[in-house]
Design a protein around this ligand. Structure first.
Ligand code: R5P
Length: 271
């Protein structure tokens, strides 16, 4: 692997333990102003000190992240669809490799929709992006998105993750599921998990993170369960403690409660 590729990957997945805490704030690319991400800068800025990297689009990067911030950027470069459009799987590559280099990104991210109407198109997108990434030493994160009618089980997610790895993705993002170790076993590159829709109880977020790491995930690329929480800083710290410090669910939960008190105290209420 080339020096540049290794260097960028090491900024995303920490070499000391092979783990990563990525903050996902790319939802607006097809969802528009998602709840609690209406003003991206407001959501993103307070969380940056606690994450290893941040995943977002170039529009949000340029408008909402200070360029002197040293946080590694995972740039979402697939899109061209909307939640009210014909078919979410009809994605294309929407950002050039030149602009990605200009933005000094550490990684490029793109969705694949295995089993969907536009499966071939999204897998071809991934292959093109891998070729471009290899040319310039930029790793590729493949996001295994699921169509409405597809079940998120180990068989399906295992298929999608393996295909992503075979096509050359350097990291794959998927969902946690039962028999997750089978998904890990079948994927030749590191796998990280999305959080999915906001879970009802905070403890469920910690359980999800713990179980995924226990079963072989290399980390998280988590969004809504962090920033839709009433205490996003406390939540990211608790998730991070599991990923990077091998905290148990109980230890992470204790940390969460302690950090919530600190966060609540430091929140200034303007009347
Ligand atoms: C999905 O469109 C995006 O790629 C998100 O980054 C991904 O789903 C992770 O975010 P969340 O934890 O909110 O599911």
């Amino acid at each position: 692997m080339d020096w540049g590729m290794k260097n960028r990957l090491s900024r995303i997945i920490k070499p000391k333990n092979g783990r990563c805490v990525m903050l996902a704030v790319d939802h607006g690319y097809f969802l528009g102003p998602t709840e609690k991400l209406e003003v991206p800068q407001r959501t993103i800025e307070p969380l940056l000190p606690y994450v290893d990297s941040v995943m977002l689009t170039r529009g949000v990067l340029r408008t909402s992240v200070n360029p002197i911030s040293n946080v590694p950027i995972v740039l979402r470069v697939s899109g061209g669809t909307s939640i009210i459009g014909e078919d979410l799987s009809k994605e294309t590559i929407v950002t050039s490799i030149e602009d990605s280099i200009r933005l000094n990104v550490a990684c490029l991210a793109l969705s694949i929709f295995v089993g969907s109407k536009y499966e071939h198109q999204t897998l071809a997108n991934l292959s093109t992006l891998v070729d471009n990434g290899e040319r310039y030493g930029i790793p590729i994160l493949a996001v295994t998105a699921v169509g409405k009618e597809l079940v998120r089980d180990a068989r399906y997610l295992g298929l999608a993750c393996r295909i992503a790895g075979e096509l050359g993705a350097h990291v794959v993002k998927t969902y946690y599921c039962e028999k997750f170790e089978k998904v890990i076993e079948g994927c030749p590159v590191p796998v990280i998990i999305a959080g999915g829709k906001k879970l009802q109880k905070e403890i469920e977020v910690l359980e999800l993170t713990f179980n995924a790491i226990r079963d072989g995930a290399s980390g998280v690329d988590m969004g809504r369960n962090i920033w839709q929480s009433d205490n996003p800083i406390a939540m990211i710290k608790a998730v991070k403690s599991i990923v990077h410090e091998n905290f148990s669910i109980k230890e992470a939960s204790d940390l969460l409660e302690m950090e919530k008190k600190i966060e609540d105290k430091s929140t200034v209420v303007i009347r």
